[in-house]
Design a protein around this ligand. Structure first.
Ligand SMILES: NC(=O)c1ccc[n+]([C@@H]2O[C@H](COP(=O)([O-])OP(=O)(O)OC[C@H]3O[C@@H](n4cnc5c(N)ncnc54)[C@H](OP(=O)(O)O)[C@@H]3O)[C@@H](O)[C@H]2O)c1
Length: 284
């Protein structure tokens, strides 16, 4: 039986493979896949099986995916393409006789205003309809999404956005990766849906306070209207579409969609999630 990880060339997938290895999983039982597999040569040297998998060119069968394997489908990064891409992987898993498919989804994917949710909800439906046992990891926001605020704050003393008083229950990627490794390598997660988020939902005023401590300069949160935020982003060089998307995400934050604390993540990983200040402090 093997653990097949898609997106292992990416940040989350790599951390999942590392977490499986730390948990004592035999490297020979891990199949790390992606397109740019040259990035995985160090894992190959440690005995992990490395295979090319392009979601746009999924084979009819794959010698590295056998009956009884557990597949982690890390959602792809090409927004707008993900439903057919994910469907192709689910169908391969089904044809191969996989024992279970674990999918990294989005918070409350089938009942939310989150702008990113529709592709995740559609993928969840495809997986349910496949008849394969599944585990949905509805991952909340990565704390690392806020890495760019450090440079902004360092340069200007301001973190600007239109999230109002919205809170973010983020956790670092490594916490979500540990949860994925746990549900891959232990029993009892068939047809489970986990809403994963950080233990603490922080406000942007609190992020500014953390940045003040970390950078040693006063940082304030500047509340913008959505229109002001959009104009600022376009002025900073973003295209209209990307700016609109960023503003829509801040509206989701303002609505509270990203601030739900469930405790599922810390329960799965058996420890508290890493706090905002600790993660931000590790970047400087
Ligand atoms: N919860 C959050 O805050 C948040 C934030 C950003 C993204 N996400 C989602 O979480 C996923 C993992 O996050 P991440 O930080 O690890 O992203 P990432 O570093 O950008 O990694 C994305 C992975 O997807 C793979 N991929 C993309 N298109 C593919 C294709 N057509 N065929 C095969 N593989 C493909 C990439 O493979 P190659 O590099 O080999 O092409 C890469 O391994 C993202 O893809 C996105 O769906 C969540």
């Amino acid at each position: 039986m093997s653990y097949v990880v898609t997106g292992a060339t990416g940040q989350l997938g790599r951390l999942v493979v590392e977490s499986l290895l730390e948990r004592g999983v035999d490297p020979a039982e891990i199949v790390a896949t992606g397109r740019s597999v040259e990035r995985l040569s160090d894992l190959a040297e440690r005995g992990v099986r490395v295979e090319t998998l392009d979601f746009d060119d999924v084979p009819e069968s794959a010698p590295w995916l056998a009956a009884g394997d557990v597949v982690l489908l890390v959602s792809g990064s090409e927004v707008g393409q993900r439903v057919p891409q994910h469907t192709a992987v689910v169908e391969l898993a089904k044809r191969s006789g996989a024992a279970r498919i674990v999918y990294t989804s989005a918070p409350a994917a089938d009942d939310t205003t989150l702008v990113l949710a529709p592709e995740h909800a559609a993928t969840e439906r495809v997986i349910r309809d496949s008849g394969l046992p599944f585990t949905f990891l509805r991952n909340g926001w990565y704390t690392e999404n806020y890495v760019p605020t450090v440079d902004q704050a360092r340069a200007t003393g301001v973190v600007a956005g239109s999230a109002g008083d919205g809170r973010i229950a983020s956790a670092p990627r490594a916490d979500f990766a540990d949860a994925a490794a746990v549900v891959l390598s232990t029993d009892g997660h068939d047809n489970a849906v986990y809403e994963l988020s950080g233990d603490v939902a922080w406000s942007f005023d609190e992020l500014a306070a953390v940045l003040t401590d970390v950078l040693g300069r006063e940082v304030a949160y500047q509340r913008l209207t959505p229109a002001e935020h959009h104009a600022a982003l376009v002025g900073a060089g973003l295209d209209e579409g990307t700016a609109g998307f960023v503003v829509a995400l801040d509206q989701n934050a303002a609505e509270g969609v990203l601030g739900v604390t469930t405790g599922h993540l810390s329960q799965l990983i058996g420890r508290p999630t890493v706090p905002l200040a600790e993660t931000v402090g590790s970047w400087s």
